[in-house]
Design a protein around this ligand. Structure first.
Ligand code: FMN
Length: 200
């Protein structure tokens, strides 16, 4: 089967979104915790988290075109604070439900029964149930003109994780963390191999 650019352009919108999104493959799911200046807590599922670099430690996140209200993007712009939370596979349904478009004054934490938790001076809430929690500080938002998405770049300020997940070489074990593919399919990973640094 061959699907060309013209066929793609003529495809039904949701079908096309699912096709291209799932084609990009399985990615780890992050719940992004934020709070507006007014004090409204917000939680949303994102699977576009990418490692941008380790010196300094930076993550990127793609926010969809600002055609609809984007609470996560708005809160991050306003407060420069957000949290990245990785959850166990058993939370798939709750995680998925955070993608529903709740009004600004409704907290997804309450709607899906996950618990907001605050550490130190971080303005944004963490997810208490998460296995790994990361405090992020906004560094830059890049508008990608080609499709009006926004690349949110943040620095890692603090990492909270169970000690047994961190190996001696710095590797963080993602065992049982929730993964996703496309817009509605959830996966769990199975360990294959861990190899030595490749040399020519
Ligand atoms: C599995 C999954 C992954 C998603 N990943 C992203 C993403 O990377 N970027 C994005 O902008 N929206 C993503 N969404 C959609 C958001 O979760 C959804 O638009 C949500 O309503 C945003 O909430 P907010 O307005 O409170 O920020 C994803 C949805 C699902 C179900």
């Amino acid at each position: 089967m061959i699907i060309d650019k013209i066929t793609l352009a003529q495809s039904e919108k949701r079908f096309l979104a699912q096709l291209i999104n799932s084609l990009a493959g399985i990615r780890q799911v992050a719940l992004i915790g934020t709070k507006s200046k007014k004090g409204n807590e917000n939680l949303a599922v994102f699977n576009s988290l990418i490692h941008l670099g380790a010196h300094p430690a930076l993550f990127g996140l793609i926010s969809r075109p600002a055609s609809a209200e984007r609470h996560t993007l708005g809160n991050i712009r306003e407060t420069e604070s957000y949290t990245v939370n990785f959850l166990d596979k058993k939370y798939a349904e709750k995680v998925h439900q955070t993608s529903a478009r709740y009004p600004e004054n409704i907290s997804e934490f309450t709607e899906v029964s996950l618990t907001p938790e605050y550490f130190q001076d971080c303005f944004a809430p963490f997810v208490k149930e998460a296995e790994i929690k990361i405090e992020m500080k906004l560094q830059q938002i890049l508008n990608l003109e080609i499709n009006n998405t926004n690349l949110i770049i943040g620095s890692i300020e603090r990492i909270y994780l169970p000690e047994e997940r961190l190996l001696a070489d710095g590797f963080v074990n993602p065992r049982n963390l929730l993964l996703s593919c496309g817009l509605d399919a959830y996966f769990t990973g199975k360990f294959a191999e861990k190899l030595a640094y490749a040399k020519p």
